[in-house]
Ligand binder design. Structure first.
Ligand code: ADP
Ligand code: MG
Length: 177
């Protein structure tokens, strides 16, 4: 188990900023501010456009759901921002900030969450977050094949735990200093 929090360890999660948000730069900025103000470290950032193959790998667990085709079409409809985020409680914290999956529901039950504020429909719900350490690992491998989680824990985590990092605003990424 690589990505499992142990005492004082940082946990990693994968956040995706979905295509409709990328069309609104002020919303990208607002979501980035939420990430930083909640003291996440941004380990990797990439703007990309998903192919059907990659989207299919990401959402393989939903292959038989009624919304699968619309989900894949939407996720491939334009650029997305992908981030690997680190925090002591990264997975749950990011999911709490995102809010419930269904935007229409989120708007009523959790209006201050990202989905409550910026979700346009149950499919176009603004952001993605890993739901477990296993998913985070799988998603990081799909989206950042060149990024080795194992190597990061071995070489870099200590700098982040000790706050020995610099933030590159332009690339929206923290680096070990
Ligand atoms: P989450 O993103 O909260 O982990 P799921 O893993 O269950 O939620 O679903 C993956 C994505 O599929 C959601 O973020 C959303 O874009 C889409 N989706 C989920 N449920 C529905 C639904 N009932 N109708 C339309 N789209 C949905
Ligand atoms: Mg999910």
């Amino acid at each position: 188990m690589i990505n499992k929090p142990t005492h004082n360890a940082l946990q990693l999660t994968v956040a995706i900023i979905k295509p409709h948000i990328l069309q609104a730069p002020h919303l990208i900025k607002a979501i980035r501010e939420i990430i930083l103000s909640n003291k996440f470290y941004v380990i990797r950032t990439k703007r990309t456009k998903l192919t059907g193959k990659l989207a299919g790998e990401l959402y393989v667990e939903h292959k038989n759901k009624f919304f699968y085709n619309r989900l894949i079409t939407f996720m491939c409809s334009g650029p997305i921002d992908v981030h690997v985020l680190a925090h002591h409680n990264a997975i749950q914290l990011w999911r709490d900030l995102m809010g419930p999956t269904k935007s229409y529901q989120a708007r009523f039950t959790s209006p201050d969450t990202i989905r409550g504020k910026h979700g346009l429909s149950d499919t176009r719900n603004a952001v993605h977050g890993s739901d477990s350490p296993e998913s985070a690992e799988k998603e990081a491998l799909i989206l950042f094949p060149e990024f080795s989680i194992r190597q990061w824990y071995k070489d870099e985590e200590k700098y982040f735990i000790n706050g020995k990092v610099v933030f590159n605003k332009e690339n929206f990424v923290h680096r070990a200093a």
